[in-house]
Design a protein around this ligand. Structure first.
Ligand code: AMP
Ligand code: GLY
Length: 432
């Protein structure tokens, strides 16, 4: 089997390592030096459906797997699927669930999925009036409608901050993406990441849930400092009971799958539901039409199935709704980030890699003369699984001195808050 994998980061390296557990030919686009060690790389523009399709015509992969959302929103999956080549990745129409927050909110409301009250605004005077008469409490959540590289959500703590953010958005801070703004009521609770494989068309609607994970978005321990793309994750969540997972299935997942079908949308890939577990129960923050990063690094440690066969099943519209085979483990991934991240990233620093007894996943590295160098904000991930979270955390802790460089940033409290919560006998309904 020949697979074309779109992307270049830690999520894609984790997917590639799992794919390569079966004998297959892997081509990554654009890939990275780490991905090149698992196959070959080809420099394709992932925002250009015609370019990806042309490569597929010439090279006939058996499966295309899309890592990031950008090619999906651009229509790459539509173009490749039109050639009769299976794609794990949604059509552009479905990718709007991530590509347009206003579209996603309309979808949630139309299908009765619990979520924050919201208003979509494109007009300066209307938005200013909304802020001045805001009745939902603070922070006021402002979201740029379109893709903004993870920077399009602001939790404004005051009227002045909301007005300044709104004006900057409408003036084009994120180009066209921020000329439509979704205002949301604040949701308070525990945030988690729920991934679901979905295979939906007019004839059938199948899905398979992956274990819920938790990401850690702030740069510093104790959830301090600025937001990042994610500094570490773990899953499954030890205090989440089977009944809690069932509630998310009936309130969030099933209405989503049925809603896709009712709306005539074709889904062939993964949906990553950002969930806030509030005092009222689980509510949906957002859809992503791709795997999370670093959640993928966790999920790949847990999944006990042939990944290529599973993704092909979805891509060919053959998924049968089922419980996926999982290791009876808890997995964890810890991000090793560059100096200056998240404001910048000090690149070109030599990395010392000894003999860690855990998986090393490359996110932002490059290789020069046999030496790995930092080449991005999130540089490497250490990942492992163990029968419980305590043991998994200890394995990462033991491996930390093995993979290091001057200026390396790491959070050593990944999973700790959840562990303490579980050890205290608390549930997802109890506040932290
Ligand atoms: P999103 O891209 O919509 O997930 O937003 C990014 C982050 O902002 C989420 O992961 C949440 O931590 C936070 N967030 C988004 N919407 C809300 C909301 N309505 N209330 C509180 N926090 C939110
Ligand atoms: N870890 C959050 C994301 O991938 O969006």
């Amino acid at each position: 089997m020949k697979i074309l994998l779109l992307g270049s980061g830690g999520r894609e390296h984790a997917l590639a390592l799992s794919l390569k557990a079966s004998p297959l030919e892997l081509v990554s686009a654009p890939g990275s030096d780490a991905l090149a060690e698992l196959g070959t790389c080809v420099n394709l523009d992932l925002e250009d459906p015609a370019a990806v399709a042309a490569w597929c015509v010439a090279n006939r992969p058996d499966l295309v797997v899309a890592g990031p959302e950008v090619p999906l929103v651009a229509g790459v999956a539509d173009a490749v699927r039109a050639l009769g080549i299976p794609v794990f990745g949604h059509d552009a129409a479905t990718a709007r669930l991530e590509g347009s927050k206003a579209f996603a909110k309309d979808f949630m409301v139309r299908h009765g999925i619990p979520c924050a009250a919201s208003h979509t605004v494109t007009d300066l005077a209307a938005g200013e009036a909304l802020i001045r008469s805001w009745t939902h409490g603070y922070p006021i959540v402002l979201k740029a409608d379109g893709l903004a590289a993870g920077k399009g959500v602001v939790l404004a703590q005051s009227q002045a901050e909301a007005l300044a953010t709104f004006r900057a958005f409408l003036a084009g801070q994120f180009g066209e993406a921020s000329k439509t703004v979704v205002f949301e009521a604040p949701l308070v609770g525990m945030e988690l990441s729920l991934h679901v494989l979905v295979d939906v068309d007019a004839q059938h609607a199948s899905y398979a849930m992956l274990p819920a994970c938790q990401d850690h978005k702030r740069i510093f321990e104790g959830d301090q400092g600025p937001n990042t793309g994610g500094m570490g994750a773990f899953g499954p969540i030890p205090y989440l009971r089977p009944a809690d997972v069932d509630l998310m299935r009936t309130l969030l997942v099933e209405p989503t799958v049925e809603g896709l079908q009712k709306d005539g949308l074709v889904a062939r890939g993964v949906l990553f539901l950002g969930v806030m577990w509030t005092a009222r129960g689980p509510e949906l923050l957002e859809y992503n039409v791709r795997f999370g990063d670093p959640e993928t690094q966790v999920l790949m440690q847990l999944l006990d199935e042939d990944l290529a066969a599973l993704l092909l099943e979805v891509a060919q519209g053959r998924l049968v709704s089922r419980e996926l085979k999982l290791k009876p483990h808890t997995a964890i991934t810890v991000v090793l980030a560059a100096e200056d991240y998240p404001e910048g990233a000090k690149k070109g620093v030599p990395i010392s890699i000894g003999a860690p007894a855990v998986s090393v996943i490359h996110a932002g590295t490059r290789k020069q003369g046999g030496q790995w160098l930092t080449n991005g904000g999130r540089v490497l991930n250490l990942a492992t699984s163990a029968p419980d979270l305590v043991t998994a955390r200890a394995a990462i802790e033991a491996a930390l001195p093995e993979v290091t460089w001057p200026g390396r940033q790491v959070r050593r409290d990944i999973g700790l808050k959840a562990l303490r919560h579980a050890q205290a006998g608390k549930t997802v309904q109890d506040p932290w």
